[in-house]
Write a protein that binds this ligand. Sequence first.
Ligand code: PHB
Length: 388
Amino acid sequence: MMRRNHLLTLAALSLGVLSGGVVRAEDSVKIGVILPMTGPSASTGRQIDAAIKLWMAQSGGKAGGKKVEVIIKDDAGVADTTRRLAQELVVNDKVVALAGFGLTPLALATAPIATQSKTPMVVMAAATSMITESSPYIVRTSFTLPQVSIGIAEWAAKNKIKKVVTLVADYGPGNDAEKFFTSQFQLNGGVITDKLRTPLRGADFAPVLQKVRDLSPDALFVFLPSGQGAQFMKQFGERGLDKAGIKLIATGDVTDDDQLNDMGDVALGVVNSHHYSAAHNTAVNKKYVADFQAANKFRPNFMSVGGYDGMRVIFKALDTTKGVGGDALLAAMKGQIFESPRGPVLIDAQTRDVVQDVYIRKVERVNGQLYNVEFDTIKSVKDPGKLK
Ligand code: PHB
């Protein structure tokens, strides 16, 4: 009798499992996210991870009638690791989309895997213009350096800045920032007196800042990848460049919301251009910042928004395809238009790159906290890197 009851229970249990106790494979889809959760770019991983978790909580984790499972892997910012993890996610986990990519070399290393496996690959962070041209399966929700460097060049030329020294991290996005800032500034009558570079992972800016001091330009234009801004700003102040009357202008990567509030007075008044500020004054952004901060106890930055919008693009595409991946999913990502916390966004169907407003901002103290306060908008900027 005991044994018979036991068997019945087992049978009932397995029936329960079959009839919905667990999710069957065909009722769920997986998204493979690869981020630098450790190493020098860990802040990018932390921001995007938090944004993905916020999106999952708000959306209920369902798209196209399926349960969506997100698998997050840490590549520590090492390209060989990114590529290996992408391979595993495609082959073993059968993900319908790859996403993340905290630095340009990590995105470029993965592009061939997206192409070969026909897996849509959503670049949420990396921002060198040509990344989208490295695979027809890449869709970008971050930004490009040409897109954000032109606005500050225009602003500088129109605001009595004649001589500029540029300083950029010595790799893809730095090349783009230098090239597009320079051409736009020169087109408007400005003069570039020197072009300086720092190593991608370099943290000591003292020698290069000494050089800038000696060159004594009207302004120094800077691009450094997210995570290096605070250290740079500290040394800019220590070397007395602000006191020497050298104006600092930058892309918003330098006055990154992730670190801005800890930079202190030296950051006040820095004019920069970018696509997202935590102070962006819309209802959609106010809700985003409030929800993000309630969940994480830190302020969202532009990386987080690339991650949040990337999830939206994948989810809306899954809604369209009812959970089918491959070419259908890619097609459903193209041409999406929506209101992001950053403002209006279009995923250009031809280039698969993000078209968005770029804002000119100034660092100000608002209610005791430092923010990039937007004071001018350049509407619907397509990546100028694609207009060659
Ligand atoms: C990049 O490697 O493409 C990159 C990383 C961080 C940034 C911008 C671009 O802030």
